[in-house]
Structure formats: structure tokens, C-alpha cells
Design a protein around this ligand. Structure first.
Ligand code: SDX
Length: 424
């Protein structure tokens, strides 16, 4: 299709160009619409709107396909590491051995928090959610940056510094809320093992995370690394389009991710499953609630704006969850599988093509590793960081990337004059 014809009432027809992307994806380009017709388009939630082009991640929601820079995500999980994937997302190519060594060394040099920074999290009010702690930390990391290089090296330096320090921040956001001592990073352990060590080290004696935990964490981080123009990435791009610093844009992503309909769902899946168990395993009651239009309850971990087939990440995560569960967590996993089976046999969900998404089984793995539910979305943010940074850089590489400022269709009062008090 080369162009689309827009007929306005019965007369004038406007030709609109059609933009083409990879794998036959196409979009009607309406950049000239308002100038030609005075009209804008209305699309609440952007369900029909591509706000940007991007070459980072490809998603085919109907087919359940997800690729980072062209590589199927299951192949990256099987053959790559999270640091390699972070490099791929930002540089568009997998690194050579030399490039990866250089990248890994730069990350290792920057994984310690600035001197005294750990006290920042010790001073937040008790009970602060770890996502809020992370948002505060990321913002302050940027403001405490006095040695930032200039020009294009500035972005690379910020990318490395955030990728390097995020595991330390996440580990400390957990330990500082549980009266545990700060564990310094040990980059020689490797990126993921170092993160698990900083999180779970008892503070004295020997501790090493198990290979199974390292492997499962690596897979989860890769699977969360990017996902096109999702809510939190869109927040990063929106805030970044105003030329804020990288850290403020990433802080916007962290806070956007925390919502229960987005990244916060992984915490609520476990809370929902535990509520079902407490109700005697009565899945029917919860499914009926999810189907009741008067009830705001939704099956957490189910449904997706883009996937109208199974989320490919959920299939892989379910496999790791099955390998990870033990006698303590098998009840929750068995219930999750039963609920999935019942939902996928129920016409309400089938007719709306509602399937398990990335958040449905991930919490079972996190819980089996020893993370409390309040940390689950923080772990999502740890994985999503390279995606946010790569998408932000892609936007800022565009010459004169425009400030993002959607239009509206005003439906309020027409002009009216100010009334005296007695006329109100
Ligand atoms: C993530 O966008 C991304 O890429 C996000 C993400 C990423 O990697 O960044 O993939 C991560 O956020 C995954 C989603 C995690 N959220 C949840 O699991 C929360 C539960 N899911 C729903 O709230 C919902 O499915 C959304 C928010 C995820 C998607 O909502 P949409 O696309 O706006 O769909 P909708 O609300 O218009 O629903 C369509 C219909 C409605 O019913 P009808 O009006 O047709 O009668 O499906 C129903 C909805 O009520 N529906 C559900 C449901 N999801 C949709 N009903 C019950 N339970 C659900 N989970």
C-alpha cells in the first residue's frame, strides 16, 4: 500500500502517505493531516497510534513474536548474557569478545555507589516502597555527577554508570529496608552473581548464589530488557523529549513502571494467588470477579495491549519457574497453572484473547529465590534499564527530536463571561 485516501464528508479526498517498516509493518503517516485539514486524530491510550519509529525491538502481538535488534528473545536467553543484551540494545549489534571485555570492564569500574551515597537510602522514611527508593536514588545519582564528560561521550558514560550501579542500588534498596549491612560490589563474581551476592549475603562468613539462581536471574533480566513503546518506555521518551538529563528520564520510567497495570502486576500476581489460596483455592470466584464489569478486579498477570497470543516471555519464564519451585512454592505454582488452564478454557478470556503475560510466572521465581513481593517490580526495573536507555538514545539521535506534546479534542464549556457572585 503506497497511500491512504481520506474522504471528508462527500467531497474532498486527502491522500496520506503510508510509511513502511520491517516485516511488512505499515502506518498511515498523518504528520501533514492538521495542516491539510485542520483536523487531528483521536486515539485514547494510543491503541492505534505509532508515536515513533524504532529499530530496537520488534513485537508481533498476533503471532506472539519478540525480537531485540532482530534476534528472537528465546535465542538470546539460551546463548547470551544480560550485559551482552544491554550492549546489543544500545549498539544494535552483539559485541565482539574485545568489545564485550571493554564494556564489562567499564561496568566493573563503576558499580560502587558514590562515597556516602548508601546513607541516602538509610534516611528515607520506614515503609517506603523500594520502587520509590529506586526513583529517588536514580535522580540523586544524576545530581551527584560532577565528573560528567561532554558531548556524545556523556551519554555513553551515563549508560555505563547506570547499568553498573543499578544492581548495587537495587540490592541496597532491599537491604536498607531490612536492617542489613551494605554489601560492597564484587564485580569479579560477574554481573548477576554480584547482584545476588550484594542482595543476599548474610554479612559475615561465606556466601555464593547458586548456579540455578544465577541462570534464572540472567534469563529474567534478558526477558525484561526491552519491549518497544510500553508505558514506562514511553514515559522515559516523553520526559526525555524535554531535554531533561538521562537520570530524570529514567526516574520517570521507574515511577511509571510501578503501576499495577504495568510492571507492578508481578507483585500483585503473587498477592492474588495467595488470596485465592486463602479462599480455599476457589479460582471460580476470582474469575467471576474478573469478568464482572462492575468489579475493578482483574486477573493480574493476564492480558496485554499488544499480545493477542501468548506472551513469548511467559512461556520461557514458566519453564524456569517449573525448574525453580520446591516443596514450599509448588502450591503457588500449581495454583497458577490451574488458573491459567481454567482461564484459557473460559470464553470470556478466549474471546478477548487474554493470555498470561510476562508478569504471571516471574514472581514465583523471585519468591523462590528469597525476594519479598515488594521487590518484584524493582527487579523488573533492573531488567528494563537497558531498554529505557537505548530507546532514549535512539530518540535523542534523531536530529531535533521534537518535544512530545499530544493534541486533545476539547469538549468543555464554550466561551463564557465571569459571573458576579450573585449570579452564580
Ligand atoms: C506489562 O505494554 C507492554 O509492553 C507492557 C509490558 C512490558 O514488557 O513493558 O509487557 C509489561 O505491563 C504487562 C501487563 C501487566 N499488567 C497486568 O497483568 C494487569 C492485568 N492486565 C490488564 O489490566 C490488561 O490486560 C492490560 C492493562 C495489561 C491491557 O489492557 P488493555 O489493552 O487496555 O485492554 P482492555 O483493558 O481494553 O481490555 C480489553 C477487554 C476488557 O473487557 P471488555 O471491555 O471487552 O468487556 O479485556 C478485559 C477488559 O475488561 N481484560 C481483562 C483483563 N485484561 C483485559 N479482564 C480481566 N482480567 C484481565 N487481566
Amino acid at each position: 500500500m503506497e497511500k491512504a485516501a481520506l474522504r471528508l464528508d462527500e467531497e474532498e479526498v486527502i491522500d496520506l502517505p503510508v510509511a513502511s517498516g520491517t516485516d511488512k509493518q505499515q502506518a498511515i503517516d498523518i504528520q501533514g493531516l492538521r495542516a491539510a485539514t485542520g483536523l487531528v486524530t483521536l486515539d485514547p491510550g494510543y491503541a492505534n497510534t505509532a508515536e515513533t519509529t524504532s529499530s530496537v525491538t520488534f513485537i508481533d502481538g498476533e503471532a506472539g513474536v519478540l525480537r531485540y535488534r532482530g534476534y528472537p528473545v528465546d535465542q538470546l536467553v539460551d546463548h547470551s548474557s544480560f550485559l551482552e543484551v544491554a550492549y546489543l540494545l544500545d549498539n544494535a549489534e552483539l559485541p565482539t569478545d574485545e568489545e564485550l571485555d571493554y564494556f564489562r570492564n567499564r561496568v566493573s569500574e563503576h558499580c560502587a555507589l558514590p562515597k556516602g551515597f548508601e546513607k541516602v537510602l538509610e534516611s528515607v522514611p520506614d515503609g517506603t516502597h523500594p520502587m520509590q527508593k529506586l526513583a529517588v536514588s536514580v535522580t540523586l545519582l544524576g545530581s551527584s555527577r560532577s565528573d560528567r564528560p561532554k558531548g556524545s561521550e556523556a551519554y555513553v558514560s551515563d549508560f555505563i554508570r547506570l547499568i553498573a550501579m543499578m544492581p548495587t542500588l537495587v540490592a541496597w534498596s532491599y537491604r536498607s529496608g531490612h536492617d542489613q549491612v551494605y554489601i560492597k560490589p564484587d564485580p569479579d563474581l560477574g554481573y548477576v552473581a554480584n547482584f545476588l551476592n550484594m542482595t543476599f549475603h548474610p554479612g559475615q562468613g561465606d556466601y555464593r548464589p547458586t548456579e540455578a539462581h544465577i541462570k534464572a536471574m540472567e534469563a529474567l533480566l534478558i526477558l525484561h530488557a526491552d519491549h518497544g513503546q510500553n508505558l514506562s518506555t514511553s514515559a522515559v521518551r516523553l520526559v526525555g523529549s524535554g531535554r531533561t538529563d538521562v537520570y530524570s528520564s529514567i526516574c520517570a520510567g521507574v515511577l511509571a513502571l510501578s503501576g499495577p497495570l504495568h510492571g507492578g502486576a508481578n507483585q500483585r500476581v503473587i498477592e492474588m494467588l495467595e488470596e485465592i489460596l486463602a479462599a480455599g483455592g476457589n479460582t471460580r470466584l476470582f474469575m467471576d470477579r474478573a469478568k464482572d464489569r462492575e468489579d475493578p478486579f482483574r486477573l493480574m498477570g493476564f492480558g496485554h495491549r499488544v499480545y493477542k497470543n501468548v506472551d513469548p516471555r511467559a512461556l520461557i519464564i514458566k519453564r524456569y519457574a517449573r525448574d525453580m519451585v520446591d516443596k514450599n512454592s509448588s502450591r503457588l505454582f500449581d495454583l497458577a497453572m490451574r488458573l491459567e488452564k481454567e482461564a484459557l478454557a473460559d470464553d470470556f478470556f478466549v474471546s478477548r484473547r487474554i493470555y498470561p503475560n510476562v508478569d504471571y510466572y516471574s514472581g514465583i521465581i523471585y519468591q523462590a529465590m528469597g525476594f519479598p513481593t515488594e521487590m518484584f517490580t524493582v527487579l523488573f526495573a533492573l531488567g528494563r534499564l537497558p531498554g529505557w536507555l537505548s530507546q532514549l538514545r535512539e530518540m535523542m539521535r534523531e536530529s531535533n527530536a521534537p518535544i512530545k506534546r499530544p493534541r486533545q479534542l476539547y469538549t468543555g464549556y464554550p466561551k463564557r463571561d465571569f459571573p458576579t457572585r450573585s449570579d452564580r
